[in-house]
Design a protein around this ligand. Structure first.
Ligand SMILES: [Zn+2]
Length: 265
């Protein structure tokens, strides 16, 4: 089994947008996704990162989103380019885990029509809801999401309940204990982290914070990062859960942490 976190794109922004103690100046924040090459279940994607589909979307919400975030794609980090380096194609992927539905996580979901999509019930409910005028404001670009009735969607909540190394419970996504979903609400409805179990467990805490300082310090993110948090109170509790995980020796990885990860690809 091998785990990597390819970088699909970068977003350049003042570091102080996300961390008030950061030095002045801009930082290139990576946009990661996860690829686990599972010995039994084959390639498993955790999100899909940004991709060209973002630029194919029409409408004012998509245009505004592109203007505000202005991501720079890394062609070598495209999800299919990554798979190709492992001799794999999109059709080989049987499982895609969607941590939440923000465009930087869900851009290329439509390329995996044969995969089972694992996500939390609140995320699936948001996906199934009727389009709303505020979708863009909530960071939801529905044009990126495949039609839900045509998706083999598997709610985390239907998976077996298992204990977590730091206390609390998670859900065993594949039934063999190797990949465990952990509810991390607050950032977006149904936002979930993924614990990769094994000898050296790694907890992918996704967007619970932009940098390690963001969850290690018990304080809310500064503006404008705070605007991207759907519910501050639950986000605080989720950050505390990640701190607990780290205190028990579990390594934590974040989607946008500018510090390189050993698993960056
Ligand atoms: Zn997000």
């Amino acid at each position: 089994m091998s785990l990597s976190f390819p970088i699909s794109a970068t977003v350049r922004a003042p570091a102080r947008f996300v961390d008030r103690s950061a030095r002045p100046g801009k930082t290139d924040f990576p946009v990661r996704y996860g690829l686990l090459l599972h010995s039994r279940h084959g390639p498993i994607l955790v999100d899909t990162g940004y991709s060209r589909e973002l630029w194919a979307l029409r409408g004012i919400q998509a245009a505004l989103y592109r203007r505000l975030l202005a991501p720079t794609l890394r062609p070598e980090g495209d999800v299919e380019a990554t798979l190709a380096r492992h001799g794999l194609r999109a059709g080989d992927v049987r499982h895609v885990i969607a941590t939440h539905l923000h465009p930087d996580h869900a851009c290329a979901l439509g390329r995996f029509p044969r995969a089972r999509v694992h996500a939390s019930r609140p995320a699936l409910a948001q996906w199934a809801a009727a389009p709303g005028l505020l979708d863009g404001a909530h960071g939801l670009l529905r044009g990126l999401l495949p039609n839900l009735p045509g998706v083999d969607a598997a709610p985390f909540e239907d998976d077996p309940d298992v204990p977590l190394p730091w206390g609390g419970r998670g859900r065993d996504v594949l039934g063999d204990g190797s990949v465990v979903s952990v509810a991390l609400p607050g950032h977006m409805p149904g936002h979930s982290g993924i614990l990769f179990a094994g000898d050296a467990p790694l907890f992918y805490a996704v967007d619970v914070a932009w940098t390690r300082a963001g969850y290690r310090r018990d304080e809310d993110p500064p503006y404008p990062a705070r605007l991207a948090v759907a519910d501050l109170a639950t986000a605080r509790a989720s950050a505390a859960l990640v701190r607990r995980a780290e205190e028990t020796g579990v390594r934590v990885a974040l989607c946008h942490d500018p510090e390189p990860l050993p698993e960056d690809a």
